[in-house]
Ligand binder design. Structure first.
Ligand SMILES: C[S@@+](CC[C@H](N)C(=O)[O-])C[C@H]1O[C@@H](n2cnc3c(N)ncnc32)[C@H](O)[C@@H]1O
Ligand SMILES: Nc1nc2[nH]cc(C(=O)O)c2c(=O)[nH]1
Ligand code: SF4
Ligand SMILES: [Mg+2]
Length: 208
């Protein structure tokens, strides 16, 4: 099979970077985790904090065995698959192998492509720049909406109305606008306790 075919089946994937760190955001903030950052994203968020990930062709294509071997080198058994936009790819082969090896599998996604993979935790962060695929709403365990503009609160509510009732709801200040929006998020949540705040705590700790 050609590399292109192996990527299409999910046996090989473009990996921008992989690193063992502390989950900085959302429900699992503070948990040690191995991050696998896949290359490629077609969503185009103006405030994306990892724009260098967007072009898939820039990154080496690696077999899922080699990816999992990298994760096995560390004592933690929680893997977070992120990107880029990881759902561009078929994530069944990688997540099945990770689960076989005893990992909990989490994903960070905009939901802009059809859902794939076996995940223990799905963090869905919808974007105005590319509409989510309908398949994400039933599987999202956590809705994490980035607040960059006053209109993003309404956008957050529109998505909260579409996810499962058990889905946890979080608002996360966009990093460069945190001065302005953190206090607004706090006041918003105090009035609407269905929501929680998520901060990018790894940036405060100055870790990857
Ligand atoms: C870089 S994205 C990669 C995964 C996927 N493409 C997504 O957007 O969910 C990982 C997380 O970081 C969030 N994020 C990206 N840039 C951010 C910024 N400047 N401030 C706050 N959160 C940001 C995204 O919304 C997402 O929840
Ligand atoms: N420490 C740490 N936590 C994170 N949570 C989500 C991240 C991401 O970029 O997907 C991220 C990241 O890049 N670093
Ligand atoms: S969807 Fe995620 S990776 Fe893609 S541009 Fe937006 S924040 Fe960045
Ligand atoms: Mg990040």
């Amino acid at each position: 099979m050609t590399t292109q075919e192996l990527v299409a089946t999910g046996q090989q994937l473009p990996v921008m970077e992989a690193f063992y760190t502390i989950q900085g955001e959302g429900r699992f903030t503070g948990h040690p985790a191995y991050f696998i950052r896949l290359g490629g994203c077609d969503v185009g968020c103006v405030w994306c904090d990892v724009k260098e990930s967007w072009e898939a062709a820039k990154w080496p294509v690696i077999s899922i065995d080699e990816i999992v071997e990298g994760a096995l080198a560390y004592p933690g058994r929680l893997v977070v698959i992120t990107g880029g936009e990881p759902l561009i790819y078929n994530l069944f082969p990688l997540t099945q192998l990770l689960k076989e090896k005893g990992f909990s599998t989490h994903i960070e996604t905009s939901g802009a492509h059809p859902f794939s993979g076996e995940f223990d935790w799905v963090c869905f962060s919808p974007k105005k720049f590319k509409k989510p695929h309908p398949s994400i709403y039933q599987v999202a365990n956590e809705l994490k909406v980035v607040i960059y503009h006053a209109s993003d609160f309404e956008f957050a509510e529109e998505h909260a109305a579409q996810v499962n009732p058990t889905c946890e709801l979080r608002l996360q200040p966009e990093w460069s606008k945190a001065d302005r929006f953190t206090s607004e998020i706090i006041e918003y949540i105090k009035k609407r306790p269905a929501w929680k705040i998520s901060l990018q705590t790894h940036k405060f700790m100055d870790i990857p």
